[in-house]
Ligand binder design. Structure first.
Ligand SMILES: *[C@@H]1O[C@H](CO)[C@@H](O)[C@H](O)[C@H]1NC(C)=O
Ligand SMILES: *[C@@H]1O[C@H](CO)[C@@H](O)[C@H](O)[C@H]1NC(C)=O
Length: 344
């Protein structure tokens, strides 16, 4: 009896075992991570304080050489969406910019229950990319929802000293840093939320003592619009330093921010996306084999589906819209990848 319980809860156990370690580490007063050298910090186009944010239209091609890479990614996707003529005329520039970034040290934003653990295991198994610790987390990339309840933003001045080829961030996206490429790992939001709630409830049931007093905010965080939260909470925190990210409720304006930051990513990965050859290409750019199981997160550990769909749809309305948008972007990216690696 006890053994079955353990195996069913292995994922939860992982979460909880780490709780103690990380609670200790993150409650230690090392929170002066906030200081950062501005030099390595890439200004995000539309958040750059005073001036008007640039319009992501064909006019922007004139200053292409001065753009940061998040801007280039956003511009390519904006043009592919809205101005295909302009995109076609300038395709080679985008291809070149994309190819130059293949092989950079990488940070994957791991939206929980989207298959990230499998991705990390694959990386570790292949042993081609140097990587970080458990679940490929490093420092404050250890998840708030699970063990690391007082995470701080991870600054670029810190990241630039990291040696690992491949690191996963299971929290929220901070600034895009120089000399790193970025991806996001996503999944259909309602399925994702169900799986995440299950995981949390199992964890609570198994070791209720450790989560006592914190389960409510954890549940609020994981069950509703987590994807939007992970892309938009950091800009909100920059505006209001006193913000409690655990309780941050994303709104429509955060959806706009989240869409923008999604467009700024180098790669958008959905293990359940129907175009499997496209996914294989994307993984090849990251130097990861395509052996990752199809949407692993849905199988195995204590996955139960007896929730009221309508409630979860409502709670995840922003994420559902964001996911549809992401799927469009992935389709466009798949089309773009056809141009990569051809010499002409
Ligand atoms: C595409 O154009 C529409 C209509 O002008 C605009 O609302 C939208 O923001 C544009 N999308 C992008 C990604 O630029
Ligand atoms: C799937 O992705 C491949 C590789 O990027 C691309 O060539 C192909 O057109 C895509 N298929 C569909 C149906 O979009």
């Amino acid at each position: 009896m006890f053994f079955t319980r353990i195996s069913h809860n292995s994922a939860a156990l992982v979460c909880i075992v780490l709780l103690n370690v990380y609670l200790f580490y993150f409650y230690s007063p090392s929170a002066e991570k906030g200081s950062s050298t501005v030099a390595t910090k890439l200004k995000e186009s539309s958040t750059s304080s005073s001036n008007v944010s640039p319009k992501y239209t064909c006019d922007m091609m004139e200053s292409f050489d001065t753009l940061s890479y998040p801007q280039i990614n956003q511009l390519r996707r904006s043009l592919m969406m809205n101005d295909t003529t302009c995109y076609k005329n300038h395709k080679t520039k985008f291809v070149k910019a994309f190819e130059e970034r293949i092989g950079l040290q990488h940070i994957m934003l791991h939206i929980p229950k989207a298959g990230g653990t499998s991705v990390c295991q694959q990386v570790k198994k292949e042993n081609k990319l140097t990587n970080s610790g458990h679940n490929c987390w490093k420092d404050s990339f250890c998840p708030l929802w699970c063990g690391c309840t007082s995470v701080q933003p991870t600054t670029c001045s810190k990241i630039e000293h990291w040696k690992e080829d491949f690191v996963m961030n299971e929290n929220y996206l901070d600034d895009f840093c120089a000399d790193r490429s970025y991806s996001i790992l996503i999944r259909e939001p309602v399925k994702r939320a169900i799986s995440h709630i299950n995981h949390l409830l199992e964890a609570v049931a198994y070791r209720d003592g450790n989560l006592e007093g914190t389960r409510n905010w954890r549940l609020s965080l994981v069950q509703a619009n987590y994807l939007t939260w992970s892309l938009s909470v950091y800009p909100a925190l920059k505006k209001d330093k006193s913000l409690d990210i655990r309780h941050y409720e994303p709104s429509e304006k955060d959806l706009i921010i989240a869409k923008r930051r999604l467009m700024q990513m180098d790669y958008i990965l959905d293990l359940s996306h129907e175009n499997t050859s496209c996914r294989a290409k994307l993984l090849r750019y990251l130097n990861i084999g395509n052996e990752i199981g199809h949407d692993n997160s849905a199988g195995g550990n204590s996955y139960r589906n007896d929730f009221r769909k309508m409630d979860l749809n409502g709670m995840n309305a922003l994420d559902v819209e964001l996911y549809e948008y992401a799927t469009r972007l992935i389709d466009m990216d798949c089309d773009f990848y056809k141009k990569i690696g051809r010499k002409n």
